[in-house]
Write a protein that binds this ligand. Structure first.
Ligand code: F0G
Length: 468
């Protein structure tokens, strides 16, 4: 369903949520009031919100109908039966532990199996997986494939570097390794997919060394869609078949179902190991809730039971991946340097490349982020030195992130093609004025995760806020 390479939404709109754009002066005022930190803006003051694709999905008519069937009994609810039937049918593992979101699944898993000083090996840890590993005294190590850093059009840049993984296993020894995780898709390298070939190679290595091998599978359906498109062996397989094939290769999975569960909250752990399931369940009762609801309402479980299937619908996936691709091509046309090829849930812009006149310690990503808000009321997120850098306690100088990126994540089934065109038009205006954008300095920051709450000030008058 393409119209001049423009993916047409395979749904129509039954319920709407009004959004409005503030005037240019109001936007400048609101940003200043938020101390130039977009996390501090009120959501109602943003026109298009691209902060995350997590929990921001629109629900379908079938999900709203399922919500009405929610059974809110404390124990043994029908909703749980429907949820666990769907999870077992799709992911094929024997046991399922519901959790309220991804990071609580990580917390329960790592609290149970990670001993202080042990390593957790991943293609690339997402922030919360890394944070939860460190919190239990573990050491997170990343093994992204070498192509993840180059400009080639290699299709599976989310892959794990299997040779580097093997070296690490031999170097540290099996006893020092708590588990191996494959993140699908690989969020931190651009939402890029992992091939079945790579999942298989890592599986064989883990079997050989008797290591626990799990997925972090927040975006499993998007990953399966890329496999269907680009791994010839699977061209004629359904998304359901590819998903089953992927999950057969791992011992279990942790999921933030706020992404490809097409729901606003939820998560789970699946596994086949009964003894570990019992250990995990003990802790989950303590911190999440009874095993048949895991911090969720009955209606959430019913919503997820429908959402997992809808996420695997091929016309939906073709549209979703096509929307990101179309968007990426148009952004390139207007002069935005983006990470290529595009992935499943977001566009990553290289702000360092776009704004070479702003040095890393003046946060070019933040300059671009504020420009999107000032120019178009669009909220995006900096993932460069503001998020991942830190201040050297001795010299007070900024230790910089490897790249100055900005992420534009696209909520599922929420924005239409004309919203996308509006974002592209805003980007065009920013590129035209890019030389007049200025850097920022931090005026106040907390000890940890400074990007959420720090205060910033522009180092000159930002042209986006002063132009007539
Ligand atoms: N794993 C991956 C790969 C993720 O992308 C996320 C969340 C989590 C785990 C944690 O799940 O939020 O349900 O606790 N990613 C969101 C994002 C927040 O914006 O990329 P959670």
């Amino acid at each position: 369903m393409n119209f001049k390479n423009h993916p047409v939404e395979p749904f129509r709109i039954k319920s709407i949520e009004p959004i409005k754009i503030l005037s240019e002066q109001e936007r400048a005022y609101k940003l200043k009031k938020a101390q130039n930190n977009v996390f501090q803006l009120d959501a109602e003051d943003t026109f298009i919100d691209l902060l995350t694709d997590s929990g921001t999905t629109a629900l379908s008519n079938k999900q709203w109908a399922a919500i009405m069937l929610g059974d809110e009994s404390y124990a043994g609810a029908k909703s749980f039966k429907r949820f666990s039937k769907a999870v077992k049918d799709i992911f094929r593992h024997e046991y399922v532990i519901p959790t309220h979101q991804g990071r609580s699944a990580e917390n329960i898993m790592f609290s149970t199996i990670v001993k202080p000083g042990q390593y957790v090996l991943n293609n690339t840890h997402f922030d919360t997986t890394k944070g939860n590993t460190l919190h239990k005294g573990g050491i997170p190590l990343d093994f992204p494939c070498r192509q993840s850093k180059d400009n080639s059009d290699f299709r599976f840049k989310g892959n794990m570097d299997v040779l580097a993984l093997e070296e690490a296993i031999l170097k540290h020894g099996v006893d020092k390794i708590a588990m191996v995780i494959m993140t699908i898709t690989n969020n931190s390298v651009g939402g890029l997919p992992v091939s079945i070939e790579n999942i298989r190679e890592v599986s064989a290595l883990c079997k050989q060394h008797k290591l626990m091998y799990y997925f972090d599978c927040a975006r499993f359906a998007e990953n399966a869609c890329f496999i269907k498109r680009f791994e010839p062996e699977f061209a004629d397989h359904s998304i359901e078949e590819i998903t089953a094939e992927m999950f057969e290769l791992v011992d279990g999975a942790m999921m933030s179902a706020k992404k490809d569960g097409l729901s606003n909250i939820g998560g789970f752990i699946t596994l086949n190991d009964k003894e570990l399931m019992e250990q995990l369940t003990e802790l989950m009762i303590l911190v999440e809730g009874f095993p048949t609801y895991g911090g969720l309402t009955g209606r959430d479980l019913d919503c997820l039971a429908v959402g997992f299937y809808e996420a695997m619908d091929e016309s939906y996936l073709e549209y979703r991946i096509g929307q990101v691709k179309y968007w990426g091509e148009k952004l390139k046309e207007v002069g935005m340097p983006i990470v290529e090829p595009t992935g499943g849930h977001a566009i990553f812009i290289d702000a360092g490349k776009l704004l070479p006149h702003i040095p890393g310690d003046e946060f070019p990503g933040q300059a671009l982020t504020t420009a999107f808000y000032l120019e178009g009321g669009i909220r995006v997120v900096e993932i460069g030195s503001l998020m991942f850098g830190e201040e050297d306690p001795k010299t007070g100088k900024q230790i910089l992130a490897p790249r100055e990126m900005v992420r534009l994540a696209i909520p599922r089934r929420v924005y239409t093609a004309s919203h996308i065109d509006y974002i592209i038009e805003t980007a065009r205006k920013i590129v035209e004025n890019k030389d007049s954008l200025c850097g920022y300095k931090i005026t106040k920051q907390p000890k940890f995760l400074r990007h959420f709450t720090c205060a910033l000030e522009p180092l000159a008058v930002n042209s986006m806020s002063s132009k007539k």
